[in-house]
Design a protein around this ligand. Structure first.
Ligand code: ADP
Length: 264
């Protein structure tokens, strides 16, 4: 074949009305995917047209968390994303066989991301959320190159070990000139099931520390947008494919997540 076909990323075109957010964390297991699917479901519920691109090759748990078990279909050259709770989803996991671990390296992941952004029929999205792999990986830089107007949302736990790497993930935005819209502190506390008192399971203050630090480094206000408690129903909802913001919208965690969704 001749020269490489020019891929067109609709979100990178001048005049695109789609807001694109990369959801990032320093390390795995802090609840990045849980936050992503709940934000997406909350926004879809409020009437927005929402897509999620699950680029977390280590986790790719988004389809399960939204209860999606159908693969994408193909119409002509476009990939049609399956949909649940009003959210269109494409996941790296949909393009691997069975539960094979993904061993894609940087350049391959860059091309996969480019393809997911250009060859998927997303339709007219108001918002596209990308569940990024944890860490300061190349994929955040790829996103910034492919969609220069994309912004970042950082998820951390209150724990020092998580905040240090979260800060490092956030400072990538200095190089990429991306805006960091804010920090979400997940697993911020657990209400005692007996007395209701807050137990700081994972310490405290991590979210605020990351927000302050990034505000200083980036030179623009990076707010702490929410503190989401540990809630068994949030985990359960993830396992069952029914996001908490839909089943328990008025729980503490549900309210905190909906408040973040309103800021995006
Ligand atoms: P990450 O995407 O950062 O790796 P996940 O969203 O997969 O993290 O979350 C890791 C595990 O913790 C999942 O089983 C999820 O259901 C659970 N979890 C995440 N946030 C909470 C929370 N606030 N309360 C209870 N369980 C949570």
């Amino acid at each position: 074949r001749g020269g490489a076909a020019q891929r067109v990323i609709p979100f990178a075109q001048p005049g695109s009305m789609t807001r694109v957010y990369g959801i990032a964390s320093g390390k795995g297991g802090v609840g990045k995917s849980s936050v992503t699917v709940n934000l997406a479901a909350a926004m879809a519920r409020s009437g927005l047209s929402v897509g999620v691109l699950d680029a977390d090759i280590y986790g790719h748990s988004v389809p399960r968390m939204l209860g999606i078990d159908r693969p994408p279909t193909q119409v002509e050259k476009m990939i049609m994303p399956p949909q649940a709770h009003g959210v269109r989803v494409i996941s790296t996991g949909m393009f691997t066989r069975g539960n094979e671990p993904v061993t894609w390296r940087g350049p391959m992941l860059h091309r996969a991301l480019e393809q997911f952004l250009s060859d998927v029929f997303w339709g007219d999205l108001d918002v596209l959320l990308l569940d990024l792999p944890p860490g300061t990986g190349d994929i955040a830089i790829s996103l910034a190159q492919l969609v220069p107007t994309s912004e970042l949302l950082l998820v951390t736990t209150p724990q020092l070990a998580a905040t240090e790497v979260a800060e490092r993930a956030g400072t990538i935005a200095v190089q990429t000139h991306q805006n960091v819209i804010g920090v979400v502190e997940n697993m911020a506390y657990m209400p005692c099931p007996h007395c209701g008192e807050r137990v700081d399971v994972f310490g405290e203050g991590g979210g605020a520390a990351v927000a302050e630090r990034l505000t200083r480094v980036l030179g623009h206000d990076v707010p702490l947008l929410a503190q989401i408690p540990v809630d068994v129903r949030l985990r359960q909802g993830g396992d069952d494919g029914k996001p908490l913001v839909l089943s328990e919208p008025d729980s503490e965690a549900g309210k905190a997540l909906r408040a973040v969704a309103e800021r995006l």
